[in-house]
Design a protein around this ligand. Structure first.
Ligand SMILES: Cc1cc2nc3c(=O)[nH]c(=O)nc-3n(C[C@H](O)[C@H](O)[C@H](O)COP(=O)(O)OP(=O)(O)OC[C@H]3O[C@@H](n4cnc5c(N)ncnc54)[C@H](O)[C@@H]3O)c2cc1C
Length: 303
């Protein structure tokens, strides 16, 4: 059996993995785009069979077009709906799923057709275990979107549907003061946790990072809660997954949700004042001690 799939797209054309997964189901693959026309044009060359674009003014946020997008999907109901994990696409997928009365699985790793049903391997418990789920009706899945297509491939035509006027528009966009980072490109990464007492103390870590030649990353509470760094810098099940040559965890307790993000690291070193910290079970080398003494000493030694 083959099943048809729709791919939900917001304001980023990062659909490479979604197209591969949808194609593996053997049926037709459509994409419905709630973001700008330029995104629909890139998606049209990604290997899908058809594209529907929700035509709304450019200053309307993509997720505000959820109703128009759900209407487009329901007009040709699929068995499987796929979306990437960014916040806008989560909302859009929810709207489509509600309209289709579809089951929703938010941690999909893979999906396959088996007999008359669809089988999904779904990550659970903050991504530290997988469950296998058999679905007999329509299903909506969040999974890794993948990269954006180059836009060089053959394009399919774009069908336009009008999004109704919504009385919502973006009046201002302000970027955060954080530098953006590509942690996956870094050979050495220092991860900072709540063992650091204040944002100002990041200067200690920055000096070490210069001496080591490392990028700085962090645990989730440092980025979400303390807000000391941008969210693209936190590592773990809901953050970045990295595979550097060296990962140096400083003041990081080593909870599973963090450590799953560094299982690909060649060497893991930790500094923690608690000899029983969970992080030491995962490390190749551990230094038990106060980071406020150890970090400046290591930096000085490396210089
Ligand atoms: C569904 C879910 C998803 C999650 N996803 C993620 C995720 O993707 N990434 C993530 O990071 N977390 C995630 N978390 C949170 C995670 O469970 C932990 O709470 C978090 O990683 C702990 O952060 P931390 O190590 O910075 O802080 P803490 O757990 O507070 O650890 C601080 C550590 O610093 C040490 N320390 C204190 N002072 C010093 C000192 N002077 N010198 C040296 N060491 C010192 C302490 O001994 C302690 O071990 C998630 C949680 C849930 C429920």
């Amino acid at each position: 059996m083959s099943v048809n799939a729709w791919i939900i797209v917001g304001d980023q054309p990062t659909v490479g993995n979604l197209v591969t997964v949808a194609r593996s189901l053997g049926g037709t693959v459509g994409a419905v785009v709630a973001g700008p026309r330029s995104v629909a044009e890139i998606v049209a060359s990604s290997g899908v069979d058809k594209v529907v674009w929700c035509n709304a003014p450019d200053d309307v946020p993509a997720e505000a077009n959820a109703t128009a997008l759900a209407d487009a999907v329901a007009a040709d109901p699929p068995r499987v709906v796929l979306a990437g994990r960014n916040p806008g696409e989560r909302v859009l997928l929810g709207a489509a799923a509600a309209r289709l009365k579809a089951a929703v699985l938010t941690g999909a790793r893979s999906v396959a057709v088996e007999g008359d049903g669809v089988v999904v391997v779904n990550a659970v418990f903050g991504d530290i275990a997988d469950e296998t789920v058999a679905v007999s009706g329509p299903v909506a899945l969040l999974l890794d979107g993948g990269s954006a297509p180059s836009g060089d491939g053959a394009s399919v035509p774009i069908e336009e549907v009008s999004a109704p006027p919504l009385g919502v528009r973006v009046v201002e966009t302000r970027t955060h003061g954080f530098d953006q980072v590509d942690l996956n490109a870094a050979h050495r990464v220092i991860g900072v946790g709540r063992g650091l007492k204040s944002k100002e103390d990041l200067a200690l870590i920055e000096a070490l990072a210069v001496a080591v030649g490392a990028e700085i990353a962090c645990t989730r509470p440092v980025a979400e809660g303390l807000n000391w760094m941008g969210k693209d810098r936190y590592i773990g099940s809901s953050g970045a997954r990295i595979a550097p040559q060296l990962y140096l965890a400083i003041g990081v307790s080593g909870q599973l949700q963090h450590m799953v993000g560094v299982t690909g690291a060649e060497t893991i070193v930790a500094i923690n004042s608690d000899p029983n910290a969970a992080v030491f079970k995962e490390t190749d080398h551990g230094l038990v001690g106060d980071l406020y003494q150890l970090v400046p000493a290591i930096t000085a030694a490396l210089k």
